[in-house]
Design a protein around this ligand. Structure first.
Ligand code: FAD
Length: 441
């Protein structure tokens, strides 16, 4: 590995807007510990999402005498890890398995990540509405049905038990005949993601110091690394970049991932009368078989979560008119499923960014001497990212396991072309899916 030299300044800092409704329904957090002096640590972790926090926790468990500083630009739970749909997937199939070994390896990673998350939530009694409900993949029109058959075939090939559901059975669960069919799989959990992330941040081992509301404006290298923040700095001999797609903005792993945003809306809590329209009020979680479909939940506290739309997210910014358009789409998707709830008030609508590779490859491991990257990608990114964080810590501490060997055997993320080529092809693909599978949204 080569040494990193010089100074890197992120071209962009995270700005996720003011609308993470999962977060805004939580009580106010304790005041943030903002970095206001120059400190040193044995390890610095840049980014407090699931990847960064899991790495820090596992490292702290294995090296109780080492000091670890995690530096996060916003509050933990506010960023992507706290603004997703809350599926902590143990298994996932998106159908059409071309490489069985690769699919099995991914599934093993999901199990590792989900198991670790579950242990932490249980051990620390993190109140995040964790519910082992599993997931139902759904289809609403003919193209969706073809995808759903692929999903079922995928589970069949992987040897994972699953159950097919009819339209009547779907109606029994959700109260709508919008869905033609479903495929149910056990083992995954539904959570309130902002609550889970906040809980993970609040229960870190004592040798981890978490700095929040502390953006890193500069990474200086030479005799270790210095993270320069507005009111202080962290100096450490080893650095882990766990900044999701913002790693690219610092010049790391460019042209390896496609930046895609998706959007969520959370309604206010439904009344008892309103709950009668959505299957009676019991919690559920639906994943679309079609890439143009909607992820839909009825949460433990009686809110509808609607997630849909893919958007090329090179800008990493969600302007007001984009969010207004997503709000309109989500209202329409709710009305098509439950006409009586078409006017229900929204707690908020928001966007978040995700990384996709061309080859389900990894963005993980050393990028220079003592400098490592952790970026979760592709499917089931929360449990995948948790596994990546755990396994990187174990690798750096010499803890071998079958899971680690599995991860190391996975291919690195393949090259993706720069813009405008990538933007052109991605937007064209999204438009095609939106046109051909319109009935799924
Ligand atoms: C609407 C939506 C729904 C989704 N649903 C699901 C789901 O149900 N299940 C699932 O598995 N996945 C889901 N995902 C994807 C998943 O949430 C993300 O892939 C995952 O959270 C990424 O985790 P991370 O730790 O890599 O990144 P992040 O959570 O983004 O953490 C990176 C952190 O780095 C910080 N950072 C970046 N730059 C700097 C800097 N310069 N200084 C300091 N800090 C910095 C950021 O503030 C951020 O908090 C969804 C995503 C979206 C948008």
């Amino acid at each position: 590995m080569a040494k990193l030299t010089g100074t890197r300044r992120p071209k962009k800092l995270p700005y996720d807007g003011v609308r993470n409704a999962w977060y805004s329904t939580l009580p106010d957090p304790k005041p943030a510990r903002i970095l206001q002096q120059d400190v040193t640590a044995d390890w610095a972790v840049l980014g407090g999402g699931t990847c960064g926090l899991t790495f820090a926790r596992r490292l702290a468990e294995l090296r109780p005498d080492d000091s670890i500083a995690v530096v996060e630009a916003m509050r933990v739970g506010y960023g992507t890890s706290g603004r997703n749909a809350g599926f902590m997937l143990k298994h996932h199939s998106h159908g059409g398995i071309k490489n069985l070994d690769a699919a099995k390896n991914s599934d093993r990673l999901f199990q590792t990540g989900q198991g670790y998350l579950r242990d932490i939530v249980e051990q620390h009694q993190i109140r995040c509405q964790w519910n082992d409900w599993g997931q139902i993949y759904v289809s609403a029109s003919r193209p969706g049905e073809a995808h759903l058959d692929d999903v079922a075939d995928g589970f069949q090939t992987l040897g994972i038990e699953h159950q097919r559901l009819t339209q009547d059975e779907m109606e029994g669960i959700t109260g709508t005949r919008f869905y033609q069919r479903g495929v149910r799989v056990d083992g995954s959990a539904l959570v309130q993601p902002a609550a889970m992330m906040r809980g993970l941040g609040e229960t870190l081992p004592p040798n981890v110091t978490l700095y929040e509301d502390t953006p890193v404006n500069e990474i200086r290298s030479g005799g270790g690394f210095t993270l320069v923040c507005p009111e202080g700095s962290v100096r450490a001999p080893k650095l882990i970049i766990a900044a999701n797609l913002f790693a690219e903005e610092m010049g790391f792993k460019k042209h390896r991932v496609v930046p895609i945003a998706s959007f969520g809306t959370l309604t206010r809590q439904l009344t008892d009368d309103e709950k009668k329209h959505v299957g009676g009020g019991g919690e559920f979680g639906l994943l679309p078989a079609s890439p143009n479909g909607s992820t839909v939940r009825l949460t433990a506290d009686g809110r509808i979560l609607m997630r849909n739309t893919l958007w090329y997210a090179r800008s990493k910014r969600f302007e007001d008119d984009l969010i207004a358009e997503m709000e309109r789409r989500h209202r329409q998707s709710i009305a098509e499923r439950w006409p009586a709830l078409g006017e229900v008030d929204f707690e908020g609508t928001w966007g978040g960014i995700m990384a996709f590779t061309r080859n389900e490859g990894t963005v993980w491991g050393a990028v220079a001497d003592d400098l490592y990257i952790l970026m979760t990608t592709d499917t089931a990114p929360m449990t995948r990212g948790t596994a990546l964080g755990k396994l990187l810590a174990e690798d750096l501490c010499g803890v071998d396991s079958e899971e680690l060997r599995t991860l190391k055997a996975m291919p690195q993320a393949a090259f993706v072309p720069p813009d405008p080529i990538l933007k052109f092809y991605t937007e064209r693909r999204i438009k095609g899916i939106e046109r051909d599978e319109a009935g799924e949204r």
